[in-house]
Design a protein around this ligand. Structure first.
Ligand SMILES: NC(=O)CC(=O)C(=O)O
Length: 281
């Protein structure tokens, strides 16, 4: 297992066409690879505005047939640069849609994960969003064991559920990655706080990666908070940005992660005689 390497968070611009969005993403991943990144993390549904009609239009088929423009491109770049790429896109499966994360390494699809906690919130006068009108929920967590360590994948709203992160940590994860798209109400208050909480509670490197903010005049288009951020297992921010398209890169070090876990050994100090997290899957 490689112990020291660079991770890139790719905060991409979403445009009105998938082809144009993907051309911009390709350039950003190339830039990250040229700078030596071995793992690139993309945002939530990064190939689409977070709006039902466009999510439906840009959805892809993780099977072998059907629309796969994004998946084929990510697979090709992953192979070309010998890198691992994680992100989420809208998935179409039969008559259902899912918000689905993927992990490609060297061109191979290693795992998919369907968002389990859907973003249905109502803050009157601020934001009302019902993701369940577009997507069905997944019914399992996913961990991927790679040459770079073990990665637990959650998607955006999933970060609010520490149980998911705890299971991933208990299953041996070194990294918790959250393709996300927080909004202008909750983003300023909760995004960095939640990322820091997951890092400090479970002593993992944590990446929260958003797409860039839509800056046009169409009020129906969701405005993402942005602020993609990478943290270390002490919850120190290693790299961050604001809302424009950005590529942020930092080195991670699994020896340092082990050192943190030894110095503050919370995972061995849990009082499972008093309380217990029960994993049903
Ligand atoms: N967009 C999301 O899934 C989550 C979000 O914006 C929030 O939890 O706040």
């Amino acid at each position: 297992m490689l112990k020291k390497f660079k991770i890139a968070c790719i905060q991409n611009a979403i445009t009105a066409t998938k082809t144009q969005t993907l051309a911009l993403v390709k350039d950003q991943i190339k830039e990250a690879a040229i700078q030596g990144s071995k793992v690139c993390i993309l945002g939530e549904c990064f190939n689409s505005y977070y709006v039902k009609a466009q999510l439906q239009n840009n959805a892809e088929d993780f099977g072998k047939t059907g629309e796969r423009q994004t998946l084929d491109l990510i697979s090709e770049i992953s192979k070309q640069f010998g890198i691992m790429i994680i992100g989420s896109i809208p998935e179409k499966s039969g008559d259902k849609m899912y918000n689905t994360a993927f992990c490609f390494n060297n061109g191979q699809l290693l795992v998919t994960y369907r968002k389990t906690h859907l973003f249905d919130i109502d803050i009157p006068g601020k934001i009302t969003y019902k993701e369940s009108l577009t997507f069905s929920a997944g019914d399992n967590y996913k961990i991927v064991d790679t040459e770079y360590g073990k990665f637990g994948i959650g998607i955006c709203y999933d970060i609010r559920f520490p149980e998911l992160a705890q299971i991933m940590r208990e299953k041996g994860c070194h990294f918790l990655v959250y393709p996300g798209s927080f909004n202008l109400t909750t983003g300023p208050l909760h995004w960095e706080l939640l990322l820091k909480a997951r890092a400090v509670d479970y002593q993992c490197y944590v990446a929260g990666v958003s797409s860039a903010r839509y800056m046009g005049n169409d009020e129906s288009i969701y405005k993402a908070w942005g602020h993609s951020t990478l943290l270390d297992p002490m919850a120190k921010v290693l790299a961050t940005c604001e809302h424009d398209p950005s590529v942020i890169i930092s080195e991670v070090d699994l020896d340092y992660l082990e050192q943190v876990r030894q110095q503050i050994p919370v995972s061995q100090q849990r009082r499972n005689d008093i309380y217990e997290l029960i994993c049903k899957k």
